[in-house]
Structures are given as C-alpha cells and as structure tokens.
Design a protein around this ligand. Structure first.
Ligand SMILES: [Zn+2]
Ligand SMILES: [Zn+2]
Length: 293
C-alpha cells in the first residue's frame, strides 16, 4: 500500500508534523511507499495568503526557494533512515496551477529532482474553491455550468502545459459546491470531462484517486467513481492513490477502498521515480511505457 498525496508540515494549511513523523506513522500502518506532495502556490494575487512555508517551525516566504533545499534535505535524511526498514520515500510536489504562470512553475519543477509532480486546480478567479470560506465568496450568484466549465477549462490548460505527471483531485468543485447545487453537481462534468480525460490518456499522464472526499461526507473519491469509470473507458491507465493527508491521523485513509476500485478495472496504482512512471519493482527507474488505446 502506498500514499501519493501527503502534506507534511511545510504546508501552512497542514499540521506541523515533519517527514520523519509521517514515516513513523506510515511504517506503523503498513504503508510501504509514501510520496510527500507539499504545496507550491504561484498566483501573485494570492501572495499575501498562500506564499508561505513552515521550515524548522518558522513561517518563511515560499518564493525564496531556499525552503526546497531543506525539503530535499529532510527527504534525503528520511530515505537514509527508512529505506532499510522497507519504506520507500518519494519527493513530490502539488502545484496549485494558475493560467499564465507556466514559466514560474517550470522553473521549480525542472529545477529540483522531484519524483512526482501533481497539478491541481484549487482556485478560480483567484478564490480557493477548496476552502469553505472562500468558496462562499465564489459560488453564490454563479451558475453551476459556468463554474464547472471554467474549472475544466483551467484544468485542460494544466494538462496541456506538460508540466505535470498527474492531475490531483479532479472534480474538487464538488467538495463545497454540493451545498449550493445539490445532486445536480454529480452530473456537471458530463459535457466537459471527455476531452480532458482523452488528453490525459494520450499524454500518458496519471489521474489521482484522492480519498479526501470519503472523510468530508461526500461518500466518494475525487474524482467521483463515475468520472473514474469514464477515464478508464477513454483509455486512462495510470492512476495514483492518495489520502491528501494534512495531519498524521489522515495518512493512508481510504486507500484500501481506492485500490479496491482500481482492482475492479484490473488496474494497479502507479508509482513514480524521477518523474517516470514505475510499474512493479523499481529497477533503475526506467520501465517500458504502457500502450494507451
Ligand atoms: Zn489539492
Ligand atoms: Zn493536497
């Protein structure tokens, strides 16, 4: 079992638990591989809100990339300690994608030896639809179709940017949007999702099965089981599984259900090494690509 979406204490919206604490918990609950995916935010309009990281118990600016040296140092130390105990540790990043900021993102993702880079859309019109508070500023007065259409438009730019290995928690608009639009939101992807999923398949990218919805009362993953089925039918073959843990207690949560769902399609979760998908045992990291229909 592995968890490919974990926010250690660098992220200011996470508990201040360090990488070593997450590794201890991972080993205790039978996780064999953990990929840390700390947040990178790039929208200058949200600099006062998002551009901070917690390093050695201090809050420092995110745009001074020196924090990434500390992140990689901590990961390296953890690898030294934990590899002999059977726990693989991967260096990942969850980028909050913003239109037009590809160069800024590229500088970070190509400048450091990440194993895995996930692209996620958290904000529309510079407001975080992932946040209860900010979604209350964005959703009222907007039509469901317009919101979901805009979400998929931004996400399709994220996919075609070629900056990411994986798309995180597709359909995040459901997290708080279900309060505004009820059951209608379950079908809102239908007219938008197909070209996006085809593009993910054609590029050999992966889609995340994010279990955070299970503990937020949605009784489903992000994306929903409907969208996962659509993705499989449209040729997506690479899926990661992740808890999106922002606290130790959520590490590994719901992953067994996510794996069970994938197993039903005859698909095992993919892992990454230096941004290459790995199937089965790692042997130097280079594996033949899957043939995508
Ligand atoms: Zn996210
Ligand atoms: Zn996350």
């Amino acid at each position: 079992m592995y968890d490919y979406h974990v926010h250690p204490g660098y992220s200011i919206d996470a508990e201040p638990s360090g990488i070593d604490e997450y590794c201890t918990k991972a080993a205790a609950i039978g996780i064999t591989e953990v990929c840390f995916t700390t947040h990178l935010e790039v929208d200058p309009q949200r600099k006062h809100l998002d551009w901070f990281v917690r390093v050695d118990q201090r809050i420092v600016p995110m745009d001074d990339l020196v924090w990434l040296d500390v992140y990689f140092r901590d990961i390296e130390n953890a690898r030294r300690k934990w590899s002999a105990r059977g726990l693989k540790i991967k260096a990942g990043l969850e980028v909050g994608y913003e239109l037009g900021l590809e160069k800024v993102i590229e500088r970070v993702v190509r400048g450091y030896p990440f194993d895995f880079v996930m692209g996620s859309v958290h904000c529309l019109d510079h407001l975080a639809i992932s946040s209860y508070k900010e979604s209350n500023l964005y959703f009222p007065g907007r039509q469901l179709k317009a919101v979901v259409g805009e979400y998929f438009r931004v996400l399709s730019e994220a996919v075609s940017s070629n900056l990411f290995d994986c798309i995180g928690h597709l359909d995040l608009y459901r997290r708080h949007g279900c309060r505004y639009w009820g059951a209608d939101i379950l079908h809102a992807h239908e007219e938008f999702a197909e070209p996006l999923l085809k593009s993910i398949a054609a590029r050999g990218m992966s889609l995340e099965v994010n279990t955070s919805g299970l503990r937020r009362g949605l009784n489903d993953f992000h994306p929903s089981r409907d969208i996962i089925e659509m993705a499989v039918n449209l040729g997506v073959r690479l899926f990661t599984v992740g808890s999106d843990a922002h606290r130790l207690a959520d590490l590994g949560h719901g992953l067994e259900s996510a794996l069970e769902l994938l197993t039903g399609y005859g698909i095992g979760p993919v892992s990454y090494l230096l941004r290459q998908p790995v199937h089965g045992e790692e042997k130097g990291g280079q594996t033949p690509p899957l043939t995508i229909k």
